[in-house]
Design a protein around this ligand. Sequence first.
Ligand SMILES: C[S@@+](CC[C@H](N)C(=O)[O-])C[C@H]1O[C@@H](n2cnc3c(N)ncnc32)[C@H](O)[C@@H]1O
Length: 324
Amino acid sequence: MEGTHGLSPGTTCGYRRAVTDQTDTHAVYGAPPADVVETPAGATRYSPLVPGSQNLEDVAPGSLARVTMLAPPGTVERRYAVALALRALPVGGRLTLAAPKDKGGSRLRKELEAFGCTPTEDSRRHHRICIVKRPETVTGLDQAIAEGAPRLDDGLGLWTQPGVFSWDRIDPGSALLVKHLPPMAGEGADLGAGVGFLAHAILRSPKVEKLTLVDIDRRAVEAAKRNVADPRAEILWSDVRSTGITPASLDFVVMNPPFHADGTEDRHLGQTFIRQAASLLRRGGVLWLVANRHLPYEKVLAELFRTATPRQDTGGYKVFEAIK
Ligand SMILES: C[S@@+](CC[C@H](N)C(=O)[O-])C[C@H]1O[C@@H](n2cnc3c(N)ncnc32)[C@H](O)[C@@H]1O
């Protein structure tokens, strides 16, 4: 069944309609740079990192005419996304894949060939671009989809998925924070909550009345929903900058903020998280934060909080307690 997913030009599964009706059925995955590949206006967005966008996992086989994808950097995650795209296309449907050369781009062609495709390859602005027409017979899609799918990791004791932050190990910074975190009380948030590792520890305190977990990655949010089955928890697929949480309403925020965006270090992102935490906390509310030692967060903490006290500085990580 995997060979064609039952679709060929002669079937009645919508193939002929799909390949001619490109405005309705052109999907874009990720955010391909406009100067690398063109994405038609009106294409539907399918990206786990864009809140509110559609889910490629849910697309019926053969129902998209074209997919344009900025391929993710991780090999398992990339093969998973490409396999989902090939499954979503009918025979003859077009897949345009782009990736920076040093983040999977140089492997795109071989990976597509392994799926039974015959890509053309081009280079632009440090990216490789491969274009394929979905062939009649593809191989290995089911295996790639199974390898990249959500799973319960017995070692972690958590649901997780390749591609989410620290998906197959506990982040040492988060482990340090949990070790030194006192019991929280009242209403709070875990900003950039990932699959819910910190939230587990926070919810051990019976004095916590409500905890809002926020993450921009749908896969992490789905995993967190399975990992944090506590009626006090609310789990939001959202950018931390637009959560809808009432400003100055929280008693506490706990977080291990991100410092990478699109695979490169972005110190401003962590500082943005600190600003958001400050705006959500009531006066007297507390922020517990862990960060890699080299990240410059002291200045922004001093500006926005009445006190900011280093509580730990171990193994390359620092933990702060800051009072609004
Ligand atoms: C360093 S990880 C921490 C994950 C988790 N709290 C832990 O300790 O394992 C940071 C998290 O922030 C999320 N993130 C990145 N940018 C975000 C944004 N703009 N809004 C919300 N979450 C974001 C990432 O998806 C990632 O899960």
